[in-house]
Design a protein around this ligand. Structure first.
Ligand code: UN1
Length: 509
């Protein structure tokens, strides 16, 4: 079955790791052996780019920009519309490949492709709405307005946990804005990226899109470093760990380039005495175990009012007992594997740290063994009672470890929710209007995303996505996130017969 999908998506046993859109380059860098965390089996090989091959892709992108920026934005939107159609046709296959290569459940693999389709639709509409303001000039016979122009090359660095959707949030917006893109996917999930390139190549070809608009460069950390340091690239959009983001932002910042960062989260849900506990349960469990806890929006902390702590934790423990862990391609399963054995080591290390720092487990963790788990990447979602101040709780572990803690007053709960270095997503479960509004107010959650009566993960593409503090401050996807991909130009036009200077300055010759 996987063989059919690989064939449909043009994945070969050996793949080239760079493309300028419709043309693949011969790549001669290190070879990546990609295997599935679902069954541990080898899927395919990809050869990484070396520096000169990388330079070829960037040079082609730079060349393509000269033409692409002159296409009317709605015409660029039409290309994105056709890409959306191509993705619809390939949703089943691409979702399965994402699930098999990355390990997320099939439902979530399809959900990820749906996010790509949704952002295409959004970007098509946006292509007719890249608007600026007009202002009244202080000078007679003058008009002042602003325009938004494309920036140039957008470098996209994406993470393994959303191997395709995060690229599309960036690329579809960047394209309608008139930019060209060069994508460096995670070296852990390059096949899903290669599949995307194949899916869209006919659209690029049939519409004579300039070669270079859609570049792909596959490789390890050094490829990310080349992108970050490359003065030909005005904008780097990077998704991944806070550690990575700090490096990218300092390298890009040193050359005064722009970066758009979407980094770690440490997302909490506050469970109040007025919560609908059954509804809250679904939001908490999906948030904590979905994608095996490897979303940047995964629920990591539950801050529970002392009066409902016992009742709610009992419900949680019962729900965890019903979770089916196993092959992500089997639709019966809720939880798939972690991405690789290194992630399993980090998960085990965190469990040890939780114990050392004083935590106790309501649901024990551990690595699963046996026929269904031969890849060695399957772990048990676990729940630990902790204090918010433990160093391990302050840190984002990309695994299904859920922390629970008690609070007495809503003010205390909000303070605990905010008292971590990250600021991505947050939620409150309550039917009490006062508490809900307090949580959403300027004195409430300090996160980029704050929800009422839904969990922390599964944000829709229509809103701006991103967060504060160590999450990096960037916003991608919906609302006016498109502005990050453009440069603003203020234009003042004098249609009078005089040349009055601003601020009333006199300057006669
Ligand atoms: C991520 O985890 O990097 O809100 C992105 C969500 C998804 C995207 C998560 N729409 O969970």
């Amino acid at each position: 079955m996987i063989a059919d999908i690989l064939q449909q998506l043009h994945i070969q046993p050996e793949n080239k790791g760079a493309s300028t859109g419709t043309t693949w380059l011969n790549t001669s860098g290190a070879v990546l052996d990609i295997s599935s965390p679902a069954d541990g089996k080898a899927i395919a090989k990809v050869s990484s780019v070396n520096r000169s091959e990388y330079d070829t892709v960037i040079a082609q992108a730079k060349e393509a920009f000269k033409e692409w920026r002159t296409w009317p934005a709605p015409r660029r939107g039409e290309i994105v519309r056709q890409i959306g159609e191509a993705l619809r046709k390939n949703k089943t296959a691409l979702g399965k490949l994402v699930s098999y290569e990355m390990g997320k459940s099939l439902q979530e693999g399809w959900g990820e492709v749906q996010e790509m389709i949704d952002i295409c639709d959004f970007a098509v509409g946006l292509s007719r709405q890249l608007h600026g303001l007009t202002m009244h000039s202080e000078r007679p016979g003058h008009r002042m307005y602003e325009q938004w122009h494309p920036l140039g090359i957008t470098g996209i660095i994406s993470a393994f946990n959303f191997p395709v959707a995060v690229w599309s949030w960036n690329a579809m917006l960047a394209w309608v804005c008139g930019n060209v893109c060069v994508w460096k996917p995670s070296e852990k999930t390059p096949l899903s990226a290669i599949a995307c390139q194949h899916i869209i190549k006919d659209v690029l070809k049939e519409n004579n899109v300039p070669e270079g608009v859609c570049g792909l460069v596959i490789g390890g950390r050094e490829v990310g470093e080349w992108l970050a340091a490359d003065t030909r690239i005005p904008l780097i959009s990077a998704t991944g760990s806070t550690r990575m983001g700090k490096i990218v932002s300092s390298v890009v910042g040193a050359r005064l380039g722009r970066s758009l960062l979407e980094l770690g989260g440490n997302n909490a849900i506050i469970i109040t005495p007025d919560a609908d506990l059954d509804m809250a349960l679904i939001g908490c469990v999906f948030g904590a175990v979905g994608t095996a806890g490897q979303r940047c929006t995964s629920t990591r902390r539950l801050i529970i009012h002392e009066s409902v702590y016992e009742t709610f934790t009992q419900k949680l423990v019962k729900a965890y007992g019903q979770l089916r862990i196993g092959d992500p391609l089997d639709e019966q399963n809720h939880v798939g594997p972690l991405i690789d054995k290194h992630a399993v080591q980090l998960y085990l290390q965190s469990i040890e740290d939780i114990r050392k720092q004083g935590g106790s487990f309501l649901v024990e963790g551990g690595v699963l063994n046996g026929d269904a788990y031969t890849s060695g990447c399957y772990v048990k979602p676990c729940i630990a009672a902790v204090e918010n101040s433990y160093p391990i709780v302050q840190h984002e572990t990309f695994a299904p470890i859920l922390y629970v803690m008690k609070y007495k007053t809503i003010e205390e709960a909000i303070a605990m929710q905010n008292d971590v270095p990250q600021g991505l997503s947050s939620a409150i479960m309550t039917l009490n209007l006062r508490e809900a509004e307090l949580f959403l107010s300027h004195g409430g959650s300090d996160c980029g995303i704050a929800n009422v009566n839904i969990g922390t993960s599964g944000a829709e593409i229509g809103g701006a996505f991103g967060g504060e503090k160590e999450t990096g401050g960037g916003r991608e996807s919906g609302s006016d996130a498109w502005r990050a991909y453009m440069r603003r130009q203020t234009n003042t036009i004098n249609y009078s017969t005089q040349l009055p200077l601003a601020q009333g300055i006199k300057f006669d010759l």
